[in-house]
Design a protein around this ligand. Structure first.
Ligand code: DON
Length: 443
């Protein structure tokens, strides 16, 4: 086992050992088949944005996805209809109530959010049902693509819930009675039961969470499952509503978008970092796996994964702020002219935060904020559209102040389509950019 593999697997194994003996919680008895689960089953899995898979314990034991299906069906509805249309039928407000509560808006009957049963049934109802593409077929295909493999249905669990699921049917009738719906939630409830009975492993759940964390692209196979905005919308609703009446406490303590299910599955996503999943059937009073909550909470704490505790590392973007006379190998006789050429270099992937640092460095570089400016992007690996616009704007402002501006940008990262020159004169290397600025610098 390599060093990296060992470190992550060891962290999962340690949590597994710590909590395997944790008692407490009850099996979900209201679906008779779920009451037959092994209360000792316990698995943990983590999948990175590069598709690296790590697990501990019962990683291959199949169980039904239950409510962990809800964010993914919501994602499908958002993909097909868009946020505005979906929001006409399902709100995105935390209900502060149990998963099976009558969480319907006064007056309209609109469910609070797509994570509680009422909203999940409506999200399922919103998925088009046509002879060519039946509703459940679309849902199973979508869940499978999130997992990166073909999933199937546990028919026994489906039959067990279908035989006993009167509360969900009652909810569906209530929703239909309170407002005009585009589709029939009563018919959709049977599809909802089937979607809850889709069989997964904890590694499948980690892949599904990782796909949301990875902007909608499955990190195992590179397939785009949903758009980046849809992935962000789903993670947002998971963060505020995914743990029902424990959502606020979960976000406060664990700090990750998450979703629980009554079979004992829990997912948590670290945006742009990882997908995490736990499986252990005994549940607390909010319908969350007791060991799952402990393991994910502790991992978040130990590895500093809380969303609100991730300040960007200072100083990691700008690698150099100087004047060209300070660079190695200054040609004889050019020192004075090179003093008037400010140089700032950046590295890595540039986003809003990084671009702000680079622009600040450009302002600071150079004596008296006069003279030419060279921005060295040779070691930059990526620039997002926001950072590109900021850097181009900053260089344009410097140029408007009468300062000669050049970039070392061999990969053309600052260029925009149809604009070969960019905001500043572009060169393949820092030396060429400096030479061009020096040639005209007075002094
Ligand atoms: O609707 C139900 O009752 C189940 N099929 C799913 C509920 C669920 O998983 C709630 N999550 N903790």
């Amino acid at each position: 086992m390599s060093a990296a593999t060992g470190a992550v697997t060891d962290a999962l194994r340690e949590l597994h050992t710590s909590y395997a003996g944790a008692d407490g919680g009850e099996l979900a008895g209201y679906i008779p088949q779920l009451a037959l689960a092994d209360p000792g089953a316990f698995g943990l899995a983590l999948i990175s944005m590069d598709g690296h898979r790590y697990s501990a314990g019962d990683a291959d034991v199949p169980f039904t996805v239950q409510s962990v299906s809800k964010p993914f069906v919501y994602a499908l509805a958002l993909s097909l209809l868009g946020l505005d249309e979906v929001s006409r039928w399902v709100n995105a407000e935390p209900s502060g109530e149990a998963f099976n509560a009558i969480s319907l808006e006064h007056g309209t009957g609109r469910p609070s959010n797509a994570m509680v049963n009422a909203g999940a049934i409506v999200a399922t109802a919103l998925i088009p049902d046509t002879p060519v593409a039946p509703r459940f077929g679309r849902i199973l295909d979508c869940l499978s693509r999130f997992a990166g493999r073909a999933l199937d249905v546990d028919e026994e669990v489906y039959a067990s819930e279908a035989a006993t699921g009167d509360r969900n049917r009652a909810l569906a009738y209530l929703i239909r009675s309170t407002g005009p719906l585009p589709v029939d939630p009563v018919a959709a409830v049977e599809t909802y039961f089937r979607q809850c009975a889709v069989r997964v492993t904890v590694l499948d759940l980690a892949a599904m969470a990782a796909t949301l964390a990875h902007g909608g692209v499955n990190p195992l196979n590179g397939e785009r499952v949903v758009s980046e905005p849809v992935a962000a919308q789903v993670l947002t609703v998971m963060a505020t509503c995914g743990m029902y009446d424990a959502s606020g406490d979960w976000l406060l303590r664990v700090g990750l978008p998450a979703k629980s299910g009554v079979s004992g599955g829990v997912i948590a996503a670290g945006p742009a970092r990882f997908g995490l999943a736990a499986y252990s059937p005994p549940l607390d009073r909010t319908g969350t796996s007791v060991r799952g909550r402990l393991a994910i909470g502790t991992l978040s704490d130990r590895l500093g994964l809380h969303l609100m505790r991730n300040p960007a590392l200072p100083g990691s973007t700008v690698t150099l702020v100087t004047t060209a006379d300070d660079l190695p190998a200054v040609p004889a006789g050019e020192r004075a002219r090179r003093q008037r050429v400010a140089v700032a270099a950046a590295q890595g992937a540039l986003d809003f935060t990084a671009a702000e640092r680079v622009l600040y460095a450009l302002d600071e570089a150079g004596a008296g904020r006069t003279g030419a400016v060279v921005l060295d992007l040779v070691r930059v690996t990526d620039i997002d559209t926001v950072a590109r616009a900021m850097l181009r704007g900053g260089l344009a402002r410097l140029a408007a102040d009468g300062r000669r501006t050049a970039v070392a940008d061999p990969d053309g990262r600052l260029r925009e389509p149809g604009d070969d020159t960019g905001a500043a004169r572009s060169f393949a290397s820092r030396e060429e950019a400096v030479a061009w600025c020096t040639a005209t610098a007075s002094g």
